[in-house]
Design a protein around this ligand. Structure first.
Ligand code: NAP
Length: 243
C-alpha cells in the first residue's frame, strides 16, 4: 500500500480539475488523473509529472458504470488506498438553456454527468475511502445552484444565464451531498461542496474572470480539512454560499 496520501480528481485533464491535481500534487500527494479521453489524459499526466507531481492516469467516464468500477479497481491495484476524492467532472451542455426550449436529452445528459456521475464515482470509491485515516470528499458545485441567488432581484443576480439543466444540476448535487453528509456524520469522512467562482474554462467559452488555479483553491482547502472539520458545507473563497 502506498505510504503517501492518494487523491482522485475527476475531469482532471483540463480546466479547474487539472489545477486541483496540480495543487494536491504540490502537497506531495499521489494524484489519480480521472479523464475519459485517452489522449487528453496522457497529456495531462505527462504535464503534471513534468511539474513534479506524482500523477497517474485513471481512465474514467463518470456516466459509465463499468468505467467507474474499473477506475476503483485500478486505484486499489496501483496504490491500495484512496484518501481524497474530488468530484470535479461536469458538463454544462448547450447554451442557451431556456426551460421552454430545452431538449429533454440535454437535461438528462447534464443530470447524468453532474449528479448521477458523482453518486456513481463516490459509491464506487467508498470502500477505498473508508479505509483511509482521514477521508475527504469534495464535490465541485456552483453558486448557480443557489436557489437563494437564483430567486434574488435582478440586481443581486450573479448566477449567470438562464440554464434549466446546468443550474438545477448543481442544486440537486448540493441536496444529494447533504444526504451523504447526514449518513456519514459520526464517521471520519468529511464531504463538502465548493464553488470555484466564475473561471475562464471550456465550460463557459472562457468568459470567466478567474483563473483555473484560483478556482482550484477552494477544492484544495476542502481536500485538506483537518480531522473534525466541517462537513455538509457549501463554500467559496469568501465563505458560506447560501443554499
Ligand atoms: P471544463 O474545463 O469544461 O472541465 C470539465 C472536465 O470534466 C473536463 O476534464 C471534462 O473532460 C470532464 N468531464 C465531463 N464529462 C465527463 C465524463 N462523463 N466523465 C469524465 N470526465 C468528464 O470545466 P471547469 O470549468 O473546469 O469545471 C470544473 C468544475 O467546476 C465543474 O464541476 C463545474 O461545474 C464547476 N464550476 C465551474 C465554474 C466556471 O466558471 N468554470 C463555475 C462554477 C462551478 P473532457 O475534456 O473529456 O470533456
Amino acid at each position: 500500500m502506498s505510504e503517501r496520501t492518494i487523491a482522485l480528481v475527476t475531469g482532471a485533464n483540463k480546466g479547474i480539475g487539472y489545477e486541483i491535481a496540480l495543487g494536491l500534487g504540490a502537497l506531495g500527494w499521489g494524484v489519480g488523473v480521472g479523464a475519459r479521453d485517452d489522449r487528453r489524459r496522457k497529456e495531462a499526466v505527462e504535464q503534471l509529472r513534468a511539474a513534479g507531481v506524482d500523477a497517474f492516469g485513471v481512465p474514467l467516464d463518470v456516466t459509465d458504470d463499468a468505467s467507474v468500477s474499473a477506475a476503483a479497481q485500478l486505484i486499489e491495484d496501483r496504490t491500495g488506498r484512496l484518501d481524497v476524492l474530488v468530484n470535479n467532472a461536469a458538463i454544462a451542455d448547450e447554451m442557451p438553456q431556456e426551460p421552454t426550449q430545452v431538449d429533454p436529452a440535454t437535461f438528462r445528459a447534464v443530470m447524468e454527468t453532474n449528479v448521477l456521475g458523482v453518486i456513481r464515482v463516490t459509491n464506487a470509491m467508498m470502500p477505498l475511502l473508508r479505509r483511509s485515516p482521514s477521508p475527504r470528499i469534495v464535490n465541485m458545485s456552483s453558486s448557480v445552484g443557489s436557489l437563494t441567488r437564483q430567486s434574488g432581484t435582478a440586481a443581486e443576480l450573479t448566477t449567470g444565464p438562464v440554464a434549466v439543466a446546468y443550474a438545477p444540476s448543481k442544486t440537486l448535487l448540493n441536496a444529494v451531498t447533504l444526504q451523504y453528509a447526514r449518513e456519514l456524520s459520526g464517521t471520519n469522512i468529511l464531504i463538502n461542496m465548493g464553488c470555484p467562482g466564475y473561471v475562464a474554462t471550456d465550460l463557459n467559452g472562457f468568459r470567466g474572470v478567474r483563473t483555473p488555479a484560483q478556482g482550484a483553491a477552494i477544492a484544495i482547502t476542502l481536500a485538506t480539512l483537518p480531522d473534525g472539520g466541517p462537513t455538509g458545507t457549501f463554500v467559496d473563497d469568501a465563505g458560506v454560499v447560501p443554499w
